[in-house]
Write a protein that binds this ligand. Structure first.
Ligand code: XIL
Length: 398
């Protein structure tokens, strides 16, 4: 009898304890956990780790404009098709990323101005509609949600990217956006709705996760789209640096602000996706960096789990070796859950623990860190410290 209950207990821990893949515990908590898929994927460890741990993918580059139609009229679906096939075989959802953006846009970024402003506008809208309609028709019923417009908002000037300067957008320039209330944004969503009325449409941007000027501008934009029934969800990219390890104009992670922003976005009736999560650290990282990174990941997941509208937690890459960060921010990197050799990092263990620990137990165990404590988040957060709970030793995934 004693032996039997011991075996049952052991079975319980094997099924629900340490060894459980992230996707299993994420679905148990009602959210999806996904990952950016590098071009062509990768046989062997890459694909095996991806399908073992995640139940969602998003093309890191293969569904961008230049991945699908670099040359006008010449659609190239091979990369995106392969990813969608991989996802379907492995029972994963696919986020579609992205149509109207100022980068990686192939021929459309270089369309010459025509004789009149109106003629230029007409051409841009025609090309935009063809692209959105063609791609959405091809993948109808296979895409969980689409990032229709990406990064249209800017902190400076009119609050939107303009035709010139550091935050330039050819879409703004060629559609004469300042004189037309940035109608290229609304039009993109209208074309998407027409192409597939069942599709779930998202606006995606960065540095608008917390509160502040850009976040307010994004809020205003999505409010306008929502009022016209052109949008269903918001994507917050979440390219952060680990608090305390860096500074910079981009990428501050402020938990209390994020809780507040998620609340107002949810109150607007939007589903929330965290779409491109990575927490960069100086490279090579120390064990203190990796421990702080773990804490940051845990906190971000807790914020998502605490808001019923936050349904998707997507990492911007599978392992550190395939991350875009070292190129984008020289001297920083190692921002993901798996290291170069696909071993799980402390952040992975941390997320697994957050997923698997019943919320009530977690709150009582760590000094009322979660919102359940009834304290405002920032107060609860300040109370935190690594001393409040012992961290399990880092053990590679079995
Ligand atoms: C990045 C990719 O990761 C890189 O491989 C590519 O060279 C540039 O774009 N915001 C986005 C993503 O919406 O599409 C970007 O992805 C990262 C920033």
């Amino acid at each position: 009898m004693v032996k039997l209950s011991f075996l049952l207990l052991l079975g319980f821990f094997i099924a629900y304890g340490e060894g459980q893949a992230l996707k299993v515990s994420a679905s148990a908590r009602g959210i999806n956990i996904g990952c950016a898929y590098k071009n062509g994927g990768g046989p062997g460890t890459y694909n095996n780790t991806l399908s073992r741990e995640f139940n969602g993918v998003v093309g890191e580059n293969n569904m961008k404009w230049d991945g699908l139609q670099a040359v006008r009229g010449n659609f190239t679906f091979a990369g995106a098709d392969a990813m969608v096939d991989f996802a379907q075989k492995n029972d994963m959802i696919v986020r579609g990323h992205t149509f109207v953006w100022h980068q990686q846009s192939g021929f459309v970024a270089n369309m010459p101005a025509q004789a009149t402003v109106q003629a230029t506008r007409d051409t841009m809208f025609k090309v935009m509609k063809t692209h959105i309609t063609t791609v959405m028709n091809r993948y109808k019923g296979k895409i969980y949600e689409w990032d229709i417009v990406n990064e249209a908002v800017a902190r400076d000037s009119a609050g939107m990217r303009l035709g010139t300067g550091t935050s330039s957008s050819f879409w703004s320039l060629r559609t004469d956006a300042p004189n037309h209330n940035w109608d290229f944004v609304d039009s993109a969503y209208a074309y998407a709705r027409q192409a597939d009325p069942e599709a779930f449409l998202v606006y995606n941007d960065y540095d608008c996760e917390g509160m502040g000027k850009k976040s307010d501008l994004v809020y205003a934009l999505v409010s306008r789209l929502k009022a016209k029934n052109l949008i269903d969800g918001i994507g917050l990219q979440c390219h952060f640096y680990v608090p305390g390890t860096s500074t910079g104009s981009n990428g501050a992670f402020v938990p209390s602000e994020m809780v507040a922003n998620l609340k107002r976005l949810a109150d607007l009736g939007l589903r929330i996706s965290l779409t491109e999560i990575d927490f960069r650290v100086p490279t090579p990282p120390t064990s203190a960096h990796l421990a702080a990174q773990r804490e940051a990941y845990e906190t971000l997941l807790e914020i998502c789990l605490a808001n019923p509208n936050c349904k998707n937690f997507f990492l911007w890459g599978l392992n550190d070796g395939s991350s875009w960060i070292p190129n984008q921010y020289p001297g920083q990197g190692a921002p993901l859950l798996f290291d170069d050799s696909f071993n799980p990092k402390p952040a992975y263990i941390g997320l697994r623990e957050v997923f698997q620990t019943p919320v009530a137990i977690r709150a009582s165990r760590n000094g009322g860190r979660m919102l359940l404590s009834g304290k405002p988040w920032n107060e609860a957060f300040d109370l935190r410290g690594r001393a409040l709970r012992a961290l399990p030793a880092y053990s590679p995934f079995p």
